[in-house]
Design a protein around this ligand. Structure first.
Ligand code: IMP
Length: 192
């Protein structure tokens, strides 16, 4: 089976590749000749995931899936949420985003936050969505060099290290994207 993963984020591809069984061949956007920015203009995480997967299905004709992820901080009423990528501006810089969030969180005692990933799948003319959540807290200073995005400032519940201090296999096991992708794999396996 061939399936397009509608992302240009090499970190996401690395994470997802490690979770997808060998009999499913993941195709990149490059592999299908897609070099454009996929629109992401909805105001929910789920809406953006569906928009990206649907765009590829309709324009390129491939069965595909897309993910969208947001970091929801309790004391900020769920922000940055769907705006996580552009939190500090259109430059979409992970460093700037983390710096802004740490500033907003200065002197805040409630540090609860969660990552939420929605994966949208188009398969055999049906659409599915899968949600993965990972609860944790925003720490006060960046720690660790692995991963990407907000990983250095997010410590998952029950762990002493941030996502950026973990091996990929552990992040995948307990993390938001891993949980959503596991459900996707379950569905794909049930169709085989
Ligand atoms: P998107 O899903 O690519 O739109 O990601 C939204 C924002 O969340 C971007 O700033 C990403 O860097 C960040 N992000 C997505 N997934 C993760 C993750 O697993 N860890 C940390 N940050 C992430």
């Amino acid at each position: 089976m061939q399936l397009v993963f509608a992302t240009n984020n090499s970190n996401k591809i690395k994470e997802v590749q490690a979770l997808i069984p060998d009999h499913i061949k993941l195709l990149s956007l490059e592999a299908i000749g897609c070099y454009e920015d996929i629109p992401e203009t909805q105001n929910t995480i789920e809406g953006n995931a569906i928009q990206k997967a649907t765009y590829i299905k309709e324009k390129y004709g491939y069965d595909c899936f897309a993910d969208d992820t947001g970091l929801e901080v309790e004391v900020l009423n769920g922000q940055p949420g769907v705006f996580s990528a552009r939190y500090a501006g259109e430059q979409r810089s992970a460093e700037d985003n983390m710096t802004k969030l740490l500033m907003e969180m200065q002197n805040k005692t409630n540090r609860n936050a969660q990552f939420k990933t929605v994966v949208a799948l188009h398969l055999n003319n049906k659409q599915y969505t899968f949600t993965g959540i990972c609860e944790g807290e925003i720490i006060e200073n960046k720690q660790g060099g692995n991963g990407f995005g907000y990983d250095p400032i997010f410590k998952p519940k029950g762990f002493k290290e941030t996502f950026a201090e973990m091996e990929l296999s552990l992040k995948n096991k307990i993390g938001h994207r891993g949980k959503a992708i596991s459900q996707l794999v379950g569905l794909l396996n049930s169709k085989n």
